[in-house]
Design a protein around this ligand. Structure first.
Ligand SMILES: [Zn+2]
Length: 85
């Protein structure tokens, strides 16, 4: 296995790594389209400095989650496909 890695050109290794990452990302977009909101860390709330009151996160609209960018693109293509039928 080590010989195979040593014999593989670095450029090809990069391509393989990129393809592997893309496959993992696509699988996530398909089966887990939502990720925790990066702004509120999935809590959907932002607390005041005294910790007694909070407001809803404006970024995710109080849902605590956001759609992955890849899933947005996916949905857009799905919509175009459905419209052309
Ligand atoms: Zn949020």
């Amino acid at each position: 296995m080590r010989d195979v890695i040593a014999a593989t050109p670095p450029a090809l290794m990069l391509v393989l790594a990129a393809v592997g990452w893309a496959l993992v990302y696509l699988a996530r977009c398909k089966w887990r389209p939502f990720a925790p909101c990066w702004c509120c860390k999935g809590s959907a709330k932002h607390f005041s400095s005294d910790g007694k009151s909070f407001r809803l996160c404006w970024w995710c609209g109080g849902s605590g989650r956001r759609k992955r960018t890849g899933r947005r693109v996916w949905d857009r293509f799905a919509k175009v496909r459905n419209a052309s039928r």
